[in-house]
Design a protein around this ligand. Structure first.
Ligand SMILES: NC(=O)C1=CN([C@@H]2O[C@H](COP(=O)(O)OP(=O)(O)OC[C@H]3O[C@@H](n4cnc5c(N)ncnc54)[C@H](O)[C@@H]3O)[C@@H](O)[C@H]2O)C=CC1
Length: 282
């Protein structure tokens, strides 16, 4: 039986993978959190891998606070770059395939059509730059890796836009949501299912890929759809002057053609996937 380590398992994506993992009896899963296995500690990571023969590592750990990253640069780079380097070196040494996640924020958002994997990266904020450095360490140190750049992850788990809108709507708060960024909301269960299917297929089409749901939206569109599906009467206003500490790309829709062709796993439109979540389906 193949052994799979899921790191950062208490995060949003990690929990989605844990939920879906019971469908994959052909794998033996181990889930670790930052308390069990702190990926910033090379010696600890290296010893842990030597003592366990993992075939795959799905790395769900990251420093994901985009706003705070601007003032906590060291921490962002430690987790998103140095820890990823530790993992890449260790996976390589132990012949373990690494599945890792990156972000649409590696791009500057100046394009007007979906970004491909070949497009030039130019992150606008610390989070994006630190994630890009993590990607680069993997490409430098490893051959057997899958990097999935994804965007706007949401689910019913943890702190994310979907849960925030639902909570505010339930409290009857008026919502002021930005129309100035366009991207694609991605149901974290879809991404979790996608990588589990990929692993089950035994694919060796290693490399860097884009994965989000299909279609495009502004945060306003996304909020409007969440409210509509919630039957909420909460007032929703367009905010064209949304101020943030970290600069975000105005356009960060990802082109998924490479992943679709390589793995043949269907990708849902974001509206369809959002509806699925409302129906309680993962
Ligand atoms: N949330 C989003 O909107 C997006 C996320 N991504 C990427 O997707 C992946 C999954 O994101 P989420 O699940 O939403 O993140 P999350 O913030 O919910 O989970 C990250 C997990 O990493 C753990 N972690 C932090 N430092 C660690 C360390 N030193 N050692 C071990 N674990 C540590 C945290 O405890 C947390 O459980 C990440 O790589 C993220 O950068 C990409 C684009 C958008």
């Amino acid at each position: 039986m193949k052994k799979v380590l899921v790191t950062g398992a208490s995060g949003q994506l990690g929990q989605c993978i844990r939920k879906l993992s019971s469908r994959y009896q052909e794998f033996e899963f181990t889930f670790t959190t930052s308390e069990d296995l702190d990926l910033t500690l090379f010696g600890v990571v290296s010893a842990y891998f030597r003592n366990n023969n993992f075939d795959y590592c799905i790395n769900c750990s990251a420093y994901t606070k985009v706003e705070q990253a601007e003032s906590e640069q060291e921490m962002a780079y430690l987790v998103n770059a140095e820890a990823v380097k530790n993992l890449a070196e260790t996976c390589c040494e132990n012949e373990c395939t690494l599945i890792h996640f990156s972000t649409d924020y590696v791009f500057d958002g100046k394009k007007e059509i979906p970004y491909t994997e070949e497009d030039e990266t130019a992150p606008l904020n610390v989070y994006g730059a630190s994630k890009l450095m993590g990607e680069e360490y993997i490409r430098k140190h490893m051959d057997r890796y899958f990097i999935f750049r994804t965007s706007w992850l949401y689910s019913d788990i943890g702190h994310n836009f979907f849960n925030t809108i639902r909570k505010k709507a339930a409290a009857g708060e008026t919502l002021n949501i930005t129309t100035s960024q366009k991207g694609t909301p991605t149901n974290a269960y879809d991404l979790a299912g996608f990588v589990l299917e990929l692993m089950a297929s035994g694919s060796q089409k290693y490399g860097t890929y884009h994965y989000s749901n299909q279609g495009e939206a502004t945060w306003y569109d996304f909020a409007a759809e969440i409210l509509a599906l919630s039957d909420s009467r909460t007032e929703l206003k367009e905010n064209n002057d949304f101020q943030t500490i970290a600069t975000r790309p105005a356009y960060s829709v990802l082109n998924k053609k490479r992943a679709e062709e390589a793995f043949g796993i269907p990708i849902l439109h974001w509206r369809e996937s959002l509806e699925k979540l409302f129906l309680g389906l993962d």
